[in-house]
Design a protein around this ligand. Structure first.
Ligand SMILES: [Zn+2]
Length: 383
């Protein structure tokens, strides 16, 4: 699972005078198996192999590149377990090797540069919230990270309490109860301090609060405004028996609900912007045209949408049909799903991609987008 620490570490990578290899190897859902996977990997590495023998480069740079190629070949050679994209950042001479799995396919790509090529990685991760899930009672707290449908425990906090069974008999005495209340407030304050730190440093988007139904509201009341604004929801778990899988399942429900609301809102925004003719488009032909011109700021794709089409390998033009590129005149290549190509193109152009999983008005249109600028007329329309 990719952590914020790893993302931060990757963003800080530099070659220090040595070449750094960034490699994106997509794994399609209907991937044809180990042999094709290895062939694809070999094809990518072949593009940089000549550099490792290029005597205009310093000896140390060539050595580092050869090491990178051998290591990537060995590490990625096994058949991948799940669809998505494997991303590697490698610089053998600096002892750097970072491997990341992304849940969606990007364009295949290999880049050799001083700096890591991170844009496609960030664009894909941008679609997935990073949630801080806290399981709280009046004396303890477990803090979990939920990201890309996986969880890991970050830390546990235990404070003093008078609410244990050994004090139960005395809790109806006022001074004991006041002291118990004071201790739980102290615990909540400490936990909030910790959450504030994590939100500042950990790259979290949203907060989920879980525990016993009678204890969760007390803590939520304590949340300061900035954390309360991040609250995605609450869930019920028994702290003593809960497992990582329980936490994941509970948070997943909250995140899914939230995602559906966001998807509905985005589709509404696009349709309204189309109606008022303000930097938006809907329908596959126009969205493909917008993608061809790098005009898409936010792409919305119905998850069930698939459509055969054509692409131009020279300038990236995308269309549903055609023999020759409207921009350069080259012959177009047929692809089984031009929407998949569109998604990759938008990622490459630093746009946002949102997959619309629920049934909205987008289902009949397949795709829609918020645009960076008004589109020039489609050449076909003007002919
Ligand atoms: Zn072209």
């Amino acid at each position: 699972m990719i952590t914020q620490e790893q993302v931060d570490r990757i963003l800080r990578l530099e070659g220090n005078g040595l070449p750094l290899v960034s490699l994106y190897l997509p794994v399609e859902p209907d991937q044809p198996g180990r042999r094709a996977h290895r062939a694809r990997l070999a094809g990518l590495l072949d593009r940089i192999r000549p550099l490792a023998d290029d005597h205009s480069l310093e000896h140390a740079a060539r050595l580092s590149l050869s090491e990178d190629i051998a290591k990537i070949e060995q590490r990625l050679g096994e058949e991948p377990q799940r669809p998505g994209t494997v991303v590697v950042f490698s610089c053998g001479g600096n002892g750097v090797y970072e491997e990341v799995w992304l849940p969606r396919a990007t364009h295949e790509r290999v880049v050799v540069d001083e700096a890591p090529f991170v844009r496609p990685m960030l664009a894909v991760l941008d679609e997935y919230h990073r949630i801080c899930a806290v399981v709280v009672d009046e004396a303890t707290a477990q803090i979990w990270e939920y990201h890309l449908d996986e969880v890991r425990e970050l830390e546990a906090i235990r404070d003093r309490t008078l609410r244990g069974p050994e004090h139960a008999a005395r809790l109806d005495e006022d001074p004991v109860r006041d002291m118990a209340d004071e201790l739980s407030k102290r615990h909540y304050r400490r936990l909030i301090g910790e959450l504030k730190r994590l939100f500042k440093e950990g790259g979290f988007d949203l907060l989920a609060v879980g525990g016993h139904p009678y204890q969760v509201p007390a803590f939520i009341e304590f949340l300061p405004r900035d954390l309360h604004d991040r609250l995605v929801g609450r869930f019920t778990v028994d702290r003593d028996t809960t497992t990582a899988a329980d936490i994941r399942d509970k948070v997943r429900v909250l995140v899914t609900d939230r995602a559906y609301q966001e998807q509905e809102r985005l589709v509404g925004e696009i349709l309204e912007a189309v109606a008022t003719k303000h930097h938006a488009t809907v329908g596959l032909d126009d969205t493909l045209w917008a993608g061809s011109l790098a005009a898409i700021r936010t792409l919305a794709v119905d998850t069930e949408a698939v459509a055969p089409g054509v692409v131009c390998d020279r300038d990236g033009l995308l269309a549903r049909t055609g023999e020759q590129c409207l921009l350069c005149g080259d012959a177009l290549r047929e692809v089984p799903d031009v929407i998949e190509e569109l998604v990759k193109t938008v990622i490459e152009d630093s746009g946002e991609v949102r997959h619309i999983e629920m049934e909205t008005d987008l289902r009949t249109h397949l795709t829609g987008a918020l645009l960076r600028f008004e589109l020039p007329p489609h050449p076909i329309d003007t002919e």
